[in-house]
Design a protein around this ligand. Structure first.
Ligand SMILES: *Cc1c(COP(=O)(O)O)cnc(C)c1O
Length: 225
């Protein structure tokens, strides 16, 4: 038997997402699935687009820009999900419609000077390791104020990656509590970007609205160059 192809994996994940949504009493239509295509060639993204994918995620600027340029004809929404250096922020706003990794004031200011208005998530660090991306949960409100008073950033909500070695659902429950703090300040910013290949069902159970799923759909990533 041959291994399942891209279309079958995509269909399989879509079915699992729908099941997890129903199990949580939610409607699958509330969820946006972003297919994370880092390290994969532009040709794979073209195949995904043919299968109906509209939202793709990338984590490194140079790679993302090259693909966005090559695939400009597809009209996809590009989500930037990786850690972002302030000096690259302006360039990323040229192609990314949504930035999931806003985690410090200097980055807000750099994005605010960008080429166009951009939607964003504040990334929250759910680990004790400050080197991981994300603002410490205690820093959420001041950073949110900074985004809200910016001219060109629209705040959608919070984003996080579940820490390794921890039950993902518990981590996502903490993210959901962080989201409630954010919406107290910014009632529109209700979105939650959470859930990857291994833990999207747990994220859906805890209110995720934007799933960032890579390898479960794309297959194993090629070695990073
Ligand atoms: C790579 C990546 C993903 C997707 O990871 P998979 O385990 O392949 O689903 C999601 N979010 C971020 C921030 C990533 O870097």
């Amino acid at each position: 038997m041959s291994a399942p192809g891209l279309g079958e994996r995509l269909e399989g994940v879509r079915a699992q997402i729908a099941d997890a949504a129903r199990a949580a009493g939610r409607h699958p239509g509330e969820l946006t699935t972003i297919v994370v295509t880092k390290f994969h060639p532009a040709s794979l993204i073209r195949e995904l687009a043919e299968l109906g994918v509209r939202d793709v995620g990338e984590s490194r600027h140079q790679e993302a820009k090259a693909k966005a340029d090559e695939l400009a004809d597809l009209g996809l929404t590009w989500h930037f999900v990786g850690q972002l250096q302030s000096k690259k922020a302006r360039a990323v706003t040229a192609y990314a419609g949504v930035i999931h990794s806003v985690d410090r004031a200097s980055l807000v200011d750099a994005l605010d000077a960008g080429e166009r208005a951009t939607d964003c998530f504040i990334q929250v660090n759910l680990t004790d390791d400050a080197a991981r991306g994300g603002v410490a949960p205690s820093g959420l409100e001041p950073l949110a104020e900074r985004v809200l008073t910016s001219g060109r950033l629209r705040l959608l909500g919070v984003m996080a990656v579940a820490p390794l070695g921890q039950e993902p659902r518990r981590a996502f429950a903490r993210l959901r509590a962080t989201s409630a703090r954010l919406t107290a300040l910014a009632p529109e910013a209700t979105a939650i970007s959470a859930g990857m290949s291994e833990d999207f069902a747990a994220a859906i159970a805890e209110g995720a609205t934007h799933l960032r799923i890579g390898s479960a759909i794309t297959g194993k990533r090629p070695d990073r160059g």
